[in-house]
Design a protein around this ligand. Structure first.
Ligand SMILES: C/C=C/C(=O)SCCNC(=O)CCNC(=O)[C@H](O)C(C)(C)COP(=O)(O)OP(=O)(O)OC[C@H]1O[C@@H](n2cnc3c(N)ncnc32)[C@H](O)[C@@H]1OP(=O)(O)O
Length: 658
């Protein structure tokens, strides 16, 4: 089955994951047969889809017409033959029990067209074993969505021992058509990528408590505020369900060995049926206590290093076991678990050699197999980090942004802020990469104008990543961060090339400040802009207090900053902040059209125009001085001749920047 031939999809199981996947597929334009074993189950799934689509329409993330069209594409079924008799792909999302899944495949295959792909949404079972009960193991693979599928960006596409490349490619293409980011898991291994990082992390947290090496509060404080992860390790455990973590660990222990032995403290919690939020009590008490009330400053360097070392070793195990590579691991964990940076990057930043020493010392002290240093960790530490060697020397690798030179447009560069799961928020690493990308594009003779957008259609950028800010309350660090933003964004402002900010979705706080440094701003109708910093007890610290007034005037700038309100795109157009507002579905085309138009302009005149205007902001005489010198300079350029010749001949000038 090739991707282009896929039209109809059967989703088996109308529970949480099943109806979520069905909704995603229907939104992407596929006909969806939603099947469950009882009328009431399938009806409930259908009702949930309807409810969720209404919510998306209410929040204006989709139009009412799109919601209506999507629900019309979903047909509920109980009868297996009717559900799968004429489909191209089956996505199975029935309960996580080997026997149930095997029975389902038996039922389905007697009616399923020969060329159809079967993808399982299992989060823990062996893809190879599941594939072997079907008669089409090469047309079988894993397609692991995260909960809730409508919101979560990641799909792990897992190769079983028999999966064909054609099947894997079609499944990845399908995930992309769903608007998701597929990450290939090259080998069927328990936990795939994301759970293989998270579950040992939670287990290690429990080991530390078992050994009296640290308390729950200290460990969660280190996880959340020192490492900057979205939740403390125990908080995460309670969220996931401690019984679930325990079962996954048992399975890892069985397949991968003693390194995955569940910690005694975890065992005890599960025995006491303290499964987490769902039972009202886990590591924290949600019914009679305050829940996960995590102190900001109780972490220690030792805890941080030990947790990072265990994660780094797990990255090494995944790389060494040919399951994945550091770049894909980082992307998967950022998208699937909301980490601000992936585990390989976090470990590199901390210093991989020192983490190798940490884990080696733990092995010497305790001799437990989970501290056995993986070969891949050792090698990466010798080379200076997981990301130090680089897969391809000619390609500049960015983790937080993407940089393109689209073939369809001449002289256009495109920078995409790509932390989609976090609303493209700006972390210090993203900032650094952005600075590098601007310099790289400025040095590139094939780029004369740049479009800056955010990945996806929810946000240009929701501002500074407040989780990475919360990790440090040091005033000197904050001053440094503010200066870093002012300077990096200033690079855009003073870039010789025209820069367009393409805003589709939220442009808030630092995101709006970033767009301020572009020369023009184009926004989709659904966009919302604002400076909410004062609501957080902060102020716009990346240039907003100074730059905004030059675009909208001081009165409006004060209104925007002091009220901390969110404004729709039309209002921001009226205020003069946004140059053009376009229909949502025309946004991308129009943004590229605009930047391509600017890229066709005379480079030297553009550079000098920007320079004169910037110089004249505070000192009109100085600006006028630059203007007159620039005028003198331009008189001698080939571009002037090109422009005048084209004007006389009624043609389009082709400027060369000479
Ligand atoms: C010097 C510069 C300073 C600053 O820039 S300060 C920051 C200024 N920005 C803000 O205050 C915006 C904060 N964000 C929001 O108000 C909301 O978000 C939105 C209105 C943008 C979207 O709301 P909704 O559609 O309900 O989505 P969601 O569940 O809130 O966000 C999706 C995920 O994105 C994370 N996220 C959003 N904004 C930030 C942020 N600024 N820093 C860190 N994470 C952020 C969330 O937590 C969540 O993540 P999970 O799915 O893991 O829960």
């Amino acid at each position: 089955m090739e991707f282009d031939d896929i039209e109809t999809i059967a989703v088996l199981g109308a529970g949480n994951m099943g109806h979520g996947i069905a909704e995603v597929a229907a939104l992407a334009g596929y006909e969806v047969n939603l099947r469950d074993i009882k009328e009431e189950f399938v009806q409930n799934g259908y009702d949930q889809i309807e409810w969720s689509l209404e919510k998306l329409a209410e929040k204006e993330q989709i139009t009412q017409e799109e919601a209506d069209a999507a629900i019309d594409r979903v047909t509920p079924y109980v009868d297996v033959e009717d559900a799968v008799g004429d489909v191209d792909v089956v996505i199975e999302a029935v309960p996580e029990k080997m026997d149930i899944k095997k029975d389902v495949y038996g039922d389905v295959e007697q009616y399923l067209p020969e060329e159809a792909i079967v993808a399982t949404n299992t989060s823990s079972l062996s893809i190879t074993e599941l594939s072997e009960v079907t008669e089409r193991p090469e047309q079988f693979c894993g397609m692991h969505f995260f909960n809730p599928p409508v919101r979560m960006q990641l799909v792990e596409v897992i190769s079983g021992a028999h999966s064909s490349e054609e099947t894997l490619q079609a499944t990845e293409d399908l995930a992309e058509a769903f608007g998701k980011t597929p990450v290939r898991v090259h080998k069927d291994s328990p936990g795939f990528i994301v759970n293989r990082i998270l579950v040992p992390l939670m287990n290690e947290a429990c080991w530390m408590v078992s050994e009296d090496a640290a308390t729950i509060e200290e460990i969660d404080s280190a996880t959340k505020f020192d490492l900057g992860l979205p939740m403390g390790a125990f908080e995460l455990g309670d969220q996931v369900g401690n019984d679930v973590t325990y079962h996954v660990l048992e399975y890892m222990n069985e397949v991968l060995g003693e390194a995955y032995e569940p910690a005694p403290f975890l065992e005890q919690i599960v025995e006491e049926e303290r499964f987490g939020k769902k039972t009202g009590e886990g590591f924290y008490d949600y019914e009679n206590g305050d829940g996960a009330d995590i102190p900001t400053d109780a972490g220690t360097d030792e805890i941080e290093a030990r947790l990072l070392a265990v994660m780094a070793n797990e990255v090494g195990n995944l790389v060494g076991g040919d399951v994945s590579n550091p770049r894909d691991i980082d992307e998967a964990v950022m998208l699937g678990a909301g980490f601000p940076d992936g585990p390989a990057k976090l470990a590199d930043d901390h210093g991989l050699a020192s983490l190798e020493s940490t884990i080696s010392e733990l092995y010497e002290e305790q001799g437990h197999p989970r501290f056995e240093v993986s070969d891949a960790l050792r090698e990466a530490a010798d080379e200076g980090g997981f990301h130090a060697s680089g897969d391809d020397e000619d390609v500049v690798e960015f983790t937080n942004i993407e940089v393109y030179k689209p073939d369809e447009y001449d002289y256009v560069g495109h920078i995409v802020l790509s932390r989609e799961a976090r609303m493209n928020t700006i972390s210090p690493d993203l900032m650094e990469e952005l600075g590098e990308a601007i310099e790289m594009l400025e040095d590139d003779d094939e780029v004369r104008a740049v479009l800056l957008t955010g990945k996806g259609d929810r946000a240009f950028s929701a501002g500074a990543d407040v989780t990475s800010m919360a990790a440090s309350a040091d005033p000197l660090e904050a001053i440094k961060l503010s200066r870093q933003g002012q300077e990096t964004f200033g690079k855009l402002e003073s870039s010789p090339m025209p820069i367009v900010a393409g805003i589709d979705g939220y442009a808030l706080g630092g995101g709006m400040e970033l767009s301020m440094c572009a020369d023009m701003r184009i926004a989709s109708k659904r966009s919302e802009l604002g400076q909410p910093e004062l609501d957080l007890g902060l102020l716009p610290g990346w240039g907003g207090t100074q730059r905004l007034k030059h675009i909208v005037g001081e009165g409006r700038a004060k209104e925007i900053i002091l009220t901390a309100e969110r404004y729709d795109a039309e209002t921001m157009y009226d205020y003069g902040f946004v140059n053009e507002v376009v229909e949502n579905d025309e946004f991308e085309e129009r943004a590229f059209e605009l930047v391509a138009q600017l890229a066709g302009g005379p480079p030297i005149a553009q550079e000098l125009t920007k320079k004169a205007m910037l110089k004249g902001r505070e000192d009109t005489d100085a600006g006028l001085e630059v203007e007159s010198h620039a005028f003198g300079h331009l008189i001698n350029t080939d571009d002037l001749m090109t422009g005048i010749t084209a004007f006389m001949g009624d043609g389009e000038p082709e400027f060369e920047g000479k």
